[in-house]
Each structure stands twice: as structure tokens, then as C-alpha cells.
Design a protein around this ligand. Structure first.
Ligand code: 2AM
Ligand code: CA
Length: 263
């Protein structure tokens, strides 16, 4: 059975906006914060509430679709066959808890492993980034331009300071020359927002060493729709159902950084 991607995109936008309103309204209320894998890996009642809300909407409308969500409210997804929704109810939970800004709802919809719809809702800024495969990407009603070229020494790269200090995943000497060479670095603390900003041309590149499918599923669709490149930091294809390092950038800059710094 074939899907109507316009309809799916429109519905997902409405659900994300409705969920965003619920999250904004929750700022006035008491939040329950718990930790998951470690003391800095946070989850709140709102993460679970929003994931449940989205899963219920998807299930009502598309009972035959599969759903992979960060908080595990849905069933376990082990293959990309068919239509798979990959959702993060709140990407940037630490920002949500500490700052009440710079977090996003991320929804990617894949058909047999191919990204068809990407939605990232920057909740507090009311910025809806969305794309349908082969139909362009949008920020609210504005169509995003295809990404152009940029000189490395005039580029802004998003990366967390963790990756240029001692850490378990990358030698700090790999990325520190890149940090020196580029015009500036930024870190927003929400992978979805950083990927959306690459798609919108606000950032030229984003590099991180470990993300989960719900962190990048929507962003990958958005960036590829404006001609950007998303791979692992080794330049390999992203595995949709695995944790990956992620390197997203304007395509020419991606190639240059890969050749001159990451290889
Ligand atoms: P989250 O807030 O949805 O957990 C922070 O640098 C970014 O990395 C956020 O997008 C955050 O998503 C994600 N992140 C944080 N800890 C992570 C982990 N242990 N594995 C994968 N992604 C993580
Ligand atoms: Ca999350």
C-alpha cells in the first residue's frame, strides 16, 4: 500500500505543534526529572507524555506503521521494512530542564529505509522545519535554499567541547585543528536543532560522536533535501537503527573536512 506523504507531513506538523503547545504550557507546572543511563541522561514526565501523545496519533491514523521512539513507549523496531516513524518527543532534554529553550520535537518517516518526511519543531521559537523527499525543505512557509559552498575559514561548525577534550570516542587532536581553522564553533545541545540549522544554512557543519536514531532521523531527511551530506565521521553511511557518530555539512565542506581532518 502506498502512502500519501503530503498528508502524513501535514498531520505530523499538526501533531508536533499541538505537542509543542502542551510542552510550553508545562513550563508553569511541576516537572518530574529522572535519570536514565547516567546522571546527565535526563528524562521527564513530559518526554513520556509527548511520546505517548505522538504514538497514539500515529497508531490511530496508521495502525500498520511501525514506530521507534526514544522513550520506548512503542514496540521494539528491528527492521526498516515498511513505513517506520522514528520520533524523539524532546530532543535536548537537558536544555528543556535547565533552560526551557533550545529543544525540539523530531519526527522522521522512512519507507523501506528511505527517508520520506522530516520534521523538526523548535518548540520555543515556533520554528517548524519540514521536508518531503524530492519536494524541498521548508522553515515554516519559507522554502529553504539549496546549500552552497563555503570556505572552511569562513565556516561555522557546531560541535560539543567534549570532543576536543579527553573522551572515550575520539582523540581530541583530531578535531582541535579544525576548531582553530574554522571561523567559529557553536553548540546548541540538541542534535535535531543543530541538524535543522545545517539544513537552513545557519551552521555549515555539525559533528558529534554518538547519536541515536531518533536524534538524526528527521535531520537527515531535511539536510539531504537541500543538497547537504550526512554520514558518520568516518564518511560511512548512517545506520538508521543504530547509534552512530554523525557528520553533517554542506557537501563540498563535508568532503574537504573528511579528506583533510578526519581521514
Ligand atoms: P536527547 O536530549 O534527546 O537525549 C546533546 O548533545 C544531544 O545528544 C541531544 O540531541 C541529546 O538528545 C543527544 N544525546 C545525549 N546523550 C546521548 C546518548 N547517551 N546517546 C545518544 N544521544 C545522546
Ligand atoms: Ca529525547
Amino acid at each position: 500500500m502506498s502512502n500519501d506523504w503530503h498528508k502524513i507531513c501535514k498531520e505530523a506538523i499538526i501533531w508536533a505543534k499541538d505537542a509543542g503547545k502542551v510542552i510550553r504550557d508545562s513550563f508553569e507546572k511541576q516537572l518530574t526529572v529522572e535519570t536514565k543511563s547516567n546522571k546527565d541522561d535526563l528524562v521527564t514526565n513530559m518526554d513520556r507524555e509527548v511520546e505517548t501523545f505522538l504514538i497514539n496519533k500515529i497508531n490511530e491514523q496508521y495502525p500498520e506503521h511501525k514506530i521507534l521512539g526514544e522513550e520506548g513507549v512503542g514496540e521494539k523496531v528491528t527492521s526498516l521494512d515498511g513505513t517506520v516513524w522514528i520520533i524523539d518527543p524532546i530532543d535536548g532534554t537537558m536544555n528543556f530542564v535547565h533552560q526551557q529553550t533550545n529543544f525540539a520535537i523530531s519526527i522522521g518517516v522512512y519507507q523501506d529505509g528511505v527517508g520520506m518526511v522530516g520534521i523538526i519543531y523548535n518548540v520555543v521559537y515556533d520554528e517548524m522545519f519540514h521536508a518531503i523527499k524530492d519536494e524541498g525543505a521548508y522553515l515554516n512557509d519559507r522554502k529553504l535554499n539549496q546549500l552552497g559552498n563555503v570556505k572552511l575559514d569562513e565556516s561555522i561548525i557546531s560541535l560539543n567541547a567534549t570532543w576536543v577534550t579527553e573522551n572515550r570516542r575520539i582523540d581530541p587532536n583530531v578535531l582541535s585543528p579544525l576548531v582553530k581553522k574554522c571561523r567559529g564553533t557553536r553548540s546548541y545541545g540538541s542534535a535535531a536543532i543543530e541538524l535543522a540549522f545545517v539544513a537552513a544554512g545557519r551552521l555549515d557543519a555539525y559533528i558529534t560522536m554518538r547519536l541515536s536514531p531518533w536524534d538524526f532521523a528527521a535531520g537527515k531527511v531535511l539536510i539531504e533535501e537541500v543538497g547537504g551530506t550526512v554520514t558518520t565521521v568516518d564518511g560511512n553511511p548512517i545506520e538508521l537503527l543504530e547509534q552512530n557518530s554523525v557528520f553533517a555539512a554542506k557537501s563540498q565542506l563535508h568532503e574537504q573536512i573528511l579528506n583533510d581532518y578526519l581521514n
